[in-house]
Design a protein around this ligand. Structure first.
Ligand code: ZN
Length: 148
């Protein structure tokens, strides 16, 4: 399967990807470390690009005009859009944690830890844990920025 480019991840993070692609990206994300890194880069980059929630309404209007609505009657305020998006990424991070827990990787990690102490070899489990932690940290960072 082809990898997904940083620009595509940015579109995904901005919720500008169509439904089919989004599913494809998400499936790919679960199986590709490389793209997980890119995705997190994209989320960071997109957060920097975003106007603050209290930002100028001029920008929001411009964005609103560019968003293709399936049903033109549904014009949600963009404040809500960004909020929903943040929740989406949080849910994604949580879902990943739950998947790791459900697949028994965390309990496996407890067993592995003592062996890991002995031979100091980075394990896949550790990498996955770091990845999840980093993603959750990213979400927290966003929350802090928005709280300012
Ligand atoms: Zn990939």
């Amino acid at each position: 399967m082809r990898h997904i480019a940083l620009e595509e991840w940015k579109m995904y993070a901005k919720d500008e990807t169509d439904e089919d692609m989004r599913i494809e990206y998400e499936e790919h994300l679960y199986s590709c470390d490389q793209c997980m890194v890119l995705y997190m880069e994209a989320v960071d980059a997109v957060q920097e690009d975003l106007p603050s929630i209290e930002g100028p309404s001029l920008y929001t209007d411009e964005v609103m005009e560019r968003i293709p609505f399936e049903n033109s009657d549904v014009r949600k305020p963009s404040r809500k859009r960004w909020y929903e998006e943040k929740v989406f990424h949080y849910v994604l991070a949580t879902a990943m944690t739950l998947i790791l827990m459900a697949t028994g990787i965390f309990s496996e990690l407890l067993k592995v830890t003592s062996e890991f102490e002995k031979n100091r070899q980075p394990s896949i489990t550790e990498n996955m844990l770091l990845k999840t932690t980093a993603l959750l940290d990213g979400v927290e960072k966003v929350e802090e920025q928005e709280a300012e």
